[in-house]
Ligand binder design. Sequence first.
Ligand SMILES: [Zn+2]
Length: 291
Amino acid sequence: MISRARLRSEGGQLVNEAARLERNRQRLTECWPSFSSAVRRVLDALEAQGFRPRIQDAWRSEEDQAKAVAGGFSDVFFGFHNVTGAGGRKEALACDVLDDDNPEGTPPKRYLLALAVAARAHGLETLIFKGLDKSEKATVEAAIAAGDIDRNVKLGNDPTHVQPTDITIAEAKAGKRPGGASLSASTISPPPEVFMALTDTEQRELVNRIRAMHIGNWVDSGTNQGDLTWLARIVGEQLAPLAARQQALEAALSNLAANQASDRQALARIVREQSEAAVRAVIGSNPAPTG
Ligand SMILES: [Zn+2]
């Protein structure tokens, strides 16, 4: 990150503000879409009150998460910051939203309460209650419920961390996402005929990879890690001959239909000719009455 001092020397607040806005925009791209939109609305609400929220961290690698645990900044080895989708796509479900007007120190209480109020208004929550006892929690809850950001209350120990309310870390790790969206086997499985066309080894590898997508970790991470290219290639290779067979089948069906059409015409002609002959025969043996 560009230091504040350097930003000042480059033109002061305006440059710094542009950097803050750009950082927020970029960090939101690391988040699961519905969570990203909700955090965007939280930032908008804070900015409307004159605050200058800055997303410090959104997505984190599990390696960085381990460092956060080691540094005492987190107590989970897999948290909402680490949520990752198929192919290694960043789908963070947490943002640490700091106060850019207090970049070095702890954000003021009124900023943290405003963040908690805005988060709740947009279906999210902060960890503002974390570590508080029951009566302390009740005091903070009352301030949030009243929207009173100037109340002098004792806050919990991770009040800048914003996360969803309708999903657990375990569910997120297993592929579930907020708003009911989740990875399902059907959406990432190849059609059965493609599966059956694979060799046993390929079938096993495919199953492993689909399972890996579901748990968010590649089984053989490091070698063929994280790419859908393999899946696309295998499925593509198997689909090509199937597509050729389907074309041949469609051609045969269309020939059959054409034949049926010409057969029908021939039959109709025979029926018509025979009918005409029969009619003529009847007419011939029964001459029209005259006179
Ligand atoms: Zn966090």
